[in-house]
Design a protein around this ligand. Structure first.
Ligand code: NAP
Length: 294
């Protein structure tokens, strides 16, 4: 398992299991199965409403808590200093743990950026108090990062952003690298390019001809090629699956290597068009979501 070293010296397994849209009834089994086959990093979020089941999956695995890198996210309706301190309590209460390895802000709240800053300051306090091992952000564009860095002390360890061959965000990757922030890819195998109901005319990166050709050349699958591309370029990747065979497939990445030419060919597939929400276009409804108590 490849470990990445964050900017505060904490190490994090490069591959994690994502659980967005994992039905609560399937989440504990998926987490336990992932831990059984060798994953040691789980990415969830308050807004996914399955933190409780993630905790159950961890307990089912029988592994020591210390051997698992546990990451979750604070939703925007819980931004604000006191609110975010309480969001931490809700998260650890549901997960059934005392501390988190990484807590990140789910997205900037551009129209209420003061609450984003206050939320991040709460993460800084929790870090100082030893309740968190690292803190970070998600869906931050370079100008959000600049604005955050101007008003806070701790450089985020991680920025989790949409990143797959059809949307590579080179500007975000460069800004992250310039500040020592690790880029973590969500939808690393392009989930957002093929999820039903997320737009009619999506081209699934899973079916891309170039990715397929590279996969065949290595005797691997398109998801394995996309994950290997991310890891070889130094990113963290958090593919989601609730299917045991695919959970295992997405970790089986260490018996092949992509050439520099193949990496460049995959880079060149970037369309510059995001599949997910634009972080600068927040929806008012986001703030109406109530994250339940633990
Ligand atoms: P993804 O991991 O790129 O793709 C997941 C989809 O691919 C699911 O439909 C899954 O179905 C399928 N799949 C998984 N492995 C496969 C394989 N080997 N072959 C074929 N299909 C496969 O997309 P994502 O879930 O959007 O992103 C991953 C994680 O990133 C999330 O779970 C979440 O933790 C995080 N995320 C964060 C944000 C954010 O705003 N910060 C946004 C989106 C996602 P099955 O389950 O049926 O296998």
């Amino acid at each position: 398992m490849i470990e990445l070293t964050l900017n505060n010296g904490v190490t994090m397994p490069a591959i994690g299991l994502g659980v967005f849209q994992s039905a609560p009834a399937e989440t504990a089994a998926a987490v336990a199965e992932a831990l059984r086959v060798g994953y040691r990093h789980i990415d969830t979020a308050a807004a996914y409403r399955n933190e409780r089941e993630v905790g159950e999956g961890i307990r089912r695995s029988g592994l020591d808590r210390a051997d698992i890198f546990l990451e979750t996210k604070v939703w925007v309706s819980d931004y604000g200093y006191d609110q975010t301190l309480h969001a931490f309590d809700k998260a650890v209460g549901k997960l059934g743990v005392q501390t988190l390895d990484l807590l990140i802000l789910h997205q900037p709240a551009p129209t209420r950026f003061d609450t984003t800053i206050a939320a991040y300051k709460a993460l800084e306090t929790l870090l100082t108090d030893g309740r968190l091992r690292a803190i970070g952000v998600s869906n931050f564009m370079p100008h959000h990062l600049d604005a955050l860095l101007r008003e806070t002390d701790v450089v985020p360890a991680v920025n989790q952003v949409e990143l797959h061959p059809y949307f590579t965000q080179p500007d975000v990757q460069q800004a992250d690298a310039a500040h020592g922030v690790l880029t973590q890819a969500w939808s690393p195998i392009g989930g957002i390019t093929f999820y039903p109901g997320w737009g009619d005319e999506r081209r699934s990166v899973m079916e891309d001809a170039a990715i397929g050709e590279i996969a065949r050349a290595h005797g691997k699958t398109p998801p394995q090629v996309m994950l290997r591309w991310g890891i070889q370029q130094g990113r963290s990747v958090i593919p989601k699956s609730t299917n045991p065979a695919r959970i295992a497939e997405n970790l089986d990445l260490f018996d092949f290597e992509l050439s520099a030419e193949e990496l460049t060919r995959i880079d060149s597939l970037d369309t510059g068009v995001r599949g997910g929400p634009d972080p600068d276009q927040p929806r008012d409804a986001f703030f109406d979501v109530v994250i339940p108590e633990a």
